[in-house]
Design a protein around this ligand. Structure first.
Ligand code: PMP
Length: 432
């Protein structure tokens, strides 16, 4: 493939440097103006080898470095619209995250005058903690993500938010349910797990608007962003990423592939794409140890017999960060009815694909992007789409920069017994 590309390149007389296409000619409004509208990249090595267009949405180009900027922005915008957050009041956003969402929240928090407290498992790559601290976030590290109890990172974020001293939660039923002003209808679902409740006092029913009294305007508020259950996450992709992909491909798209952590990406993009083109295939890439593959293929996350006696049933034991989970989140539940397939990706496959992409395409990607591209290749093969010219779109969630100390560390991989083996990728692509 390389030889062929080289010949084509020379034959085309391509000797002048490629010009850097300007991303936009407008002036954007602050850091949030840089979020979204990411390009779609043709992955040349894989596309040429398969005879299928493999396109990756370059989410690593977001200012916070990942696809999660979109989600953080939507969650914060929705919370502001609903009155849960008021900018510049020392309000504090709490989140449990493996890192990317925290970095996105911390970024936007700074721009909007909020504080951020991020609770994350302590087995996550160190550079994510450094990024969070540099962004002025408060970071609390707890036991590995796999241990599910009161101190699990998401549960603890929720507790910390409630300890911050806000009014009773809507969940425990102590706060009255309110009729939302028309301007906020449709956002009710975003609020179900938000800890700062809206009380009837804040709503001017007559004028159908919020009324903010002095205390409400000035009192610091706590907000549990709750990306796993918050529908703003789904909406960020249903109203943002999905339509962008549709527009960029001009509707010429045959399949969409994505990993799932919260499930927001695959649910939002998948549902939007199916709403405009029914026969777009939607599939997930799932790392070792995650239950989502089983859920999609067999309807249950765990085979009870298989997991019996294994002490770490909840462990998603993989070097891949950000995707794979062993519980059903509300956002993933939105994806379940529309999922056509799932592909299991091993750690060895993921690290090998990431190195292959650097060597052949100059693309330095994070672990979930490598999984996604492997799942694209597997889907093409399973469907027999080789040399069909069809188009498969996936998400390049973040860059390798966030993964130096684990996924991109030779020492870490050696100690974890994970071997980079480029022949695995070559083998996968060879018979085309
Ligand atoms: N890739 C990375 C790097 C992530 O951090 C995440 C989110 N945890 C995902 C992929 C998965 O996206 P989603 O949460 O929308 O399923």
């Amino acid at each position: 493939v390389r030889q062929r590309r080289k010949k084509e390149h020379l034959a085309n007389g391509n000797t002048a440097p490629t010009s850097i296409a300007s991303r936009s000619e407008q002036i954007v409004d602050g850091v949030t103006g840089l979020i979204g509208n990411t390009p779609l990249i043709r992955i040349n090595s894989l596309s040429d080898a398969l005879g299928v267009e493999i396109l990756g949405k370059a989410e690593f180009m977001n200012p916070g470095g990942s696809v999660k900027d979109r989600v953080a922005l939507r969650m914060i915008d929705d919370a502001e619209r609903l009155g849960y957050l008021r900018p510049y009041t020392n309000s504090r956003i709490f989140e449990g995250t493996v890192g990317s969402t925290g970095i996105s929240i911390a970024t936007i928090a700074r721009a909007r005058g909020y504080h951020a407290t991020i609770i994350m498992p302590d087995d996550i790559a160190e550079e994510k903690v450094k990024a969070l601290l540099s962004l002025g976030a408060e970071v609390e590290r707890v036991r590995p993500a796999s241990i599910v109890d009161k101190k699990q990172f998401v549960n603890l974020a929720k507790q910390r938010a409630s300890q911050f001293g806000q009014t009773p939660t809507m969940e425990n039923g102590t706060a009255p349910k309110v009729r939302l002003p028309n301007s906020h209808r449709g956002l009710e679902s975003a609020s179900h797990s938000v800890l700062v409740s809206t009380t009837a006092d804040n709503v001017d029913f007559e004028n159908d608007t919020w009324k903010y009294d002095q205390e409400f305007l000035t009192k610091p508020r706590g907000f549990f962003a709750d990306q796993f259950e918050n529908k703003s996450n789904f909406d960020a992709h249903y109203y943002g990423t999905g339509p962008e992909i549709w527009k960029q491909t001009g509707g010429d798209i045959d399949a969409f592939v994505s990993g799932a952590g919260t499930g927001g990406t695959v649910a939002g993009c998948g549902r939007y794409l199916k709403s405009v083109k029914e026969d777009v295939l939607v599939a997930i890439s799932d790392p070792e140890g995650s239950g989502l593959y089983n859920k999609v293929k067999h309807g249950v996350m765990f085979d009870r017999k298989e997991s019996e006696g294994t002490k770490r049933r909840h462990q998603v034991d993989t070097v891949v960060e950000g995707i794979g989970i062993n519980r059903l989140t509300r956002n993933f539940e939105l994806a379940l009815p529309i999922l056509d397939d799932a592909f299991r990706i091993t750690d060895v496959e993921a690290v090998s694909m990431s190195r292959y992409l650097v060597q052949n395409d100059g693309l330095f990607l994070g672990s979930s992007s490598a999984c996604n591209l492997l799942a694209c290749v597997k889907l093409v093969q399973k469907m027999g789409w080789e040399n069909s010219g069809k188009r498969v779109v996936t998400i390049l969630c973040d860059s390798g920069i966030r993964h130096y100390s684990k996924f991109w560390s030779d020492e870490y991989l050696a100690q974890a017994n994970i071997t980079v083996d480029l022949s695995i990728v070559n083998q996968l692509l060879k018979h085309h």
